[in-house]
Design a protein around this ligand. Sequence first.
Ligand SMILES: [Zn+2]
Length: 90
Amino acid sequence: MKKNNYTHGDWNVVCQRCQKQLKASQIKKEWTGLLVGPECFELRHPQDFVKGKPDPQRVPYSNEPSGDPTSNSQTPFDPDTDSIWQSVPQ
Ligand SMILES: [Zn+2]
């Protein structure tokens, strides 16, 4: 195609990436917003559309013991009185 030929209803446009003169019917708008020719046109990479998938880590349900789960009903271990050897008959 000649550079400055006349085509009815078409006009000259410069590619915004390579500065090549083209006709407006050949120009496409890229996802970046640039008006580029067919040689410079690039699709957006599919990885740009990947979204994160929720991954809940907690259990679906649990069977907690009744009562206040924050209270500590057990006495702390005392080595003088709570020895396991005291329960062994001598
Ligand atoms: Zn171009």
